[in-house]
Structure formats: C-alpha cells, structure tokens
Design a protein around this ligand. Sequence first.
Ligand code: PLP
Length: 340
Amino acid sequence: MANVNVDWENLGFGYQPITKRYVANYKDGKWGKGELTEDATVVLNECAGILQYCQEVFEGLKAYKTKDGRVVTFRPDMNAKRMIDSAKRLEMPPVSEEMFMEAVDQVVAANKDWIPPYETGGALYLRPYLFATGPVIGVKPSDEYQFRLFGTPVGSYFKNGVKPITICVSDYDRAAPHGTGNIKAGLNYAMSLYPYILAHENGYDENMYLDAATRTYVEETGGANFLFVTKDNKIVTPKSDSILPSITRRSLVTLAEKLGYTVEHRPVKFTELKDFAEAGLCGTAAVICPVGKVVNHGEEICFPSGMEKMGPVLTKLYDELRGIQIGTIEAPEGWIREIK
Ligand SMILES: *Cc1c(COP(=O)(O)O)cnc(C)c1O
C-alpha cells in the first residue's frame, strides 16, 4: 500500500479519502462485529434517524509519527469515554471503549502510509462517529445505528507560523443551560454555522460564546475551549455545564500543575478578560491557538501577549503537550498509545 500520492508540504485541513475505514452496525439490540472496508460511501434509508431528527455524535483525534519513527495516538481512551457520554445523551447505544480502541488501532495500522511525515508537523486526523440508520418518523430513538471511523491526513495547523487570532463575541448562543453543549454532537455545529459565517464576513476568525442564561460568563468558541493566563501566571479555564470537556484542555491543565502552575477551573466573567495577560483556544486541531484580541461590539480587549506570537506561559504548555505527542518529552502514564 506504499506510495500514496499526497503533497505533504501543502496539506491543509480538508477531507481526503484514504484506503481503509472501520464500520460496525447496531441491530436487534446489539453491536455486530466491526471490520475494515474500502467503501467510503454510506447508503441510507430515506427516513433514517440521522436524516430526520439528527441523532449523531462524533469524536476527533489524531495519529502522529514521532521523531523516532513510531506511530502513536494521544489518549484515545478519553475520546472513547466522551463518545459514550455523548451517545447516552442522545439515546444512542454507546460503542464500548474496547470497540472504539479497536477501530482506532485498526484504521491507523491499515493506513500508515497516509500519516504525514514527522517533519511536516501534520497528522492523520481520525473521525469516529455514530449515527442513526434505522427509519423513524414518529419522534423516538432509532432501532439501528452505524459506527464508522475514517482518517484523513491533515497539515500542521501552524504551517504559516503561529499567528494570534482575533475573535468576536457572538450575539448568538452556542448552548443552552441543561442543553447539549457538553456533548460532541453534530447538531451543536449545524446551528453554529450561521454565526460562524457572520463572524468571518465581519473579519473575525472565530466567535466567543457567552453563557446563554445571563450573557456575562465566557463559555467557549464553536469548537475549542479557552485557556487564560493571569498577570501573576495563574492558568484560568472557564467552568460551565454547557462547555464541551476538551481533552486537550484537561491534558494541558494536568501538565500545567505538574510544571508548578496554579490552575483555576471556575466561572470566568467576560469583564475579567481585560485583566488577563494571555489567551488561547485549545483543541485537537491546534493544541493551543493564541488569541490576541477579543472584540465585543466595538469594545476591544487586547491581550498584552500581542498579535505577533503566543504568550510565554501558553508557549511553555504548548511545547510540553506537543513534545509528548511527537515523542520528544516523556508522557504521563497511559497518555500515548503506540500502534505497531
Ligand atoms: C471537540 C471540541 C473541543 C475540543 O476538544 P478536544 O478533545 O480538545 O479536541 C472543544 N469544544 C467543542 C465544542 C468541541 O466540539
């Protein structure tokens, strides 16, 4: 399967079908045996639950080539657990952690040639997802589901250098209190597209969402959690039941504490932002993407770290996590799963 035709240096973040993906079906109250297939298409009944009432949850993680040539994934067990939580909230039969890990291992092992070389800073992005295939017209959970996991090679997020972004406070809400903001479901993204396009049209890179009930606390963006650094070098991350629990954010917090930083996970008022020294977004895509400026209807909050580079504390955390993923820094127990 050698010699895949990819321009590694110019790889962005787009879908590129690769050789094998994993598929398993749920029917008659149980999951069947999963297997690899070369078929990238899904054929569905016109009344499938996913098409009518949007029963779908997903995950996102990456497989990396390390500096010494190994192939690894980063904390896939955390993605497996989060997908179980997501599935339960949408009344879907969860995929066991074992099946999830088997899917990750098999897809990565079968597509090793599609993993970008270490030097490019790229990765094989893995997309596990679970959706309702059985027909439903009266509102109820479907009886049949499919779990798939495909991969697509992606380039380095910082191909053109690390550039702090500018974000705007959205007038729209991402998640209601007691809603579905804390699960990884496609439905949360469908309704974020309108404000996302609007932010882009207005010249911003991303939206900052506030808490829907009072619009006074910072939540997250459409697809990444916030990390702030105070002027006395404390790390602050917003706490809310409607924020998606980012694995990157939780990992960075663990590393920050190991490095001796004080970390506060607590509600963060929007009015506090002007007091922070650094701000960043965290998620699988970038690990940390620095935020230089937040704009709220003409009011500008410019972080002292500026618009040219990532601040010093976030850089330290970034280097630590990135080093663990590419194998140059020793990982905490269980964080790295090598795939032979
Ligand atoms: C996936 C996601 C994140 C980032 O989570 P990671 O596990 O760090 O990739 C943050 N916010 C939302 C809304 C997400 O869907």
